[in-house]
Write a protein that binds this ligand. Structure first.
Ligand code: PLP
Length: 345
């Protein structure tokens, strides 16, 4: 097969969810936005349902509608983007729970779907989504009367445990929500690891489920296996790839593998990353092309048929650092050209 394979280890997903759940005494949901961080929201959600997960979060209503088809009528599907203009029918028909972000959204929701469940998102300092303290103070009694399912907010700096923003947002969240008798949620993956003060009634991990930082102990979930298309010998002094950026300093064997930046192997990673043939590390050489990458296999005894770019030997976060980005972006950039193979679950 000429396409690369994205291997998704559902047992690792399960063990990551269980490990994050074990950090808290409260309920643990799962965030499956952006197609389950690129790994397939339908399979991820169905797997997590089997171990008891009943609450999911996605970014927008369209994602929620697709997820509803995959998980059936029972699980709660929450929409971070809230109730946007034009989404009313989808929210109603698909049984989605919008996290209302603004006074406008609250009015829209209550007028269009007065009996339909909703949550509320508060801004405790990130200034991205949610009602600010003054807005909340103005509407909160009216909102609470209508029994929201959840009041949530999001931490801006939870991946830095010592950051003073964390306790500041925590204090603001308390000021805005203490005594309201509605379930509360503040923590995503990073917030879970900040300790029990941050847990409230429900946590919302995403990236940690998929094996990414800041959950350092996470088991890797995504593996990427790429077939070798061709192997050639290159004489000392010859060049490989666009712009002649790599020059052989010895007689070399070069394998051309079938993936590139169109598959999410970001071009800027270039010389910083390797691939693995079994246990053997092979350097990426020259420029990463759209569909092809050259790797140095000179030191291998045998020509490999496949190499591994993500997996036990090289994590999503290692690759992310090479590209000057974060694991989240690597996962969600993984392309559509891969064959996806699920294991376990
Ligand atoms: C993406 C997101 C999450 C999950 O965050 P992770 O860092 O991936 O665990 C939780 N809550 C909100 C509001 C989000 O946007």
């Amino acid at each position: 097969m000429a396409t690369a394979t994205l291997n998704i280890d559902l047992d690792a997903l399960i063990s990551n969810w269980r490990a994050l759940d074990a950090e808290t005494a409260c309920e643990t949901a799962a965030v499956v936005k952006a197609n389950g961080y690129g790994l397939g929201a339908d399979r991820v959600a169905r797997t997590l349902m089997k171990i008891g997960v009943r609450k999911f979060f996605v970014a927008v209503a369209e994602e929620g509608a697709a997820l509803r088809q995959a998980v059936g009528p029972d699980p709660e599907i929450n929409i971070f983007g809230g109730h946007m203009a034009g989404d009313t029918d989808m929210i109603s028909d698909m049984g989605l729970t919008p996290m209302l972000n603004s006074v406008d959204q609250i009015v829209r929701h209550v007028e269009a779907l007065p009996a339909h469940p909703f949550g509320v998102q508060l801004d405790t300092g990130m200034n991205r989504l949610g009602l600010e303290p003054a807005e909340w103070a103005a509407v909160r009694n009216l909102v609470i009367e209508r029994n929201p399912t959840l009041i949530m907010s999001h931490l801006a700096c939870a991946d830095e445990p010592e950051h003073p923003m964390n306790p500041r947002q925590l204090a603001t969240f308390h000021e805005m929500t203490d005594g309201l008798n509605v379930p509360r949620s503040l923590a995503a993956t990073g917030g879970i690891l900040l300790g029990s003060d941050y847990h409230f009634d429900l946590t919302r991990p995403g990236v940690g489920l998929y094996g990414g930082m800041p959950f350092v102990e996470a088991a890797p979930v995504a593996g990427l296996s790429i077939p070798v298309i061709q192997i050639r010998d290159v004489a000392e002094g010859e060049t490989v790839g666009y712009s002649n950026t790599w020059i052989a300093d010895r007689p070399s064997r070069v394998a051309t593998i079938s993936a590139g930046y169109a598959d999410g192997i970001i071009r800027a990673m270039g010389p910083e990353i390797s691939v693995f043939a079994g246990e053997a590390r092979c350097k990426v050489i020259g420029r990463i092309s759209m569909d092809l990458i050259a790797v140095d296999v000179t030191d291998l005894d045998e020509a490999p048929s496949h190499v591994e770019l993500l997996g036990q030997h090289q994590s999503v976060d290692t690759v992310a650092e090479a590209a000057g980005t974060i694991g989240y972006e690597i996962l969600t950039s993984l392309g559509h050209r891969y064959a996806r193979r699920y294991r376990g679950g």
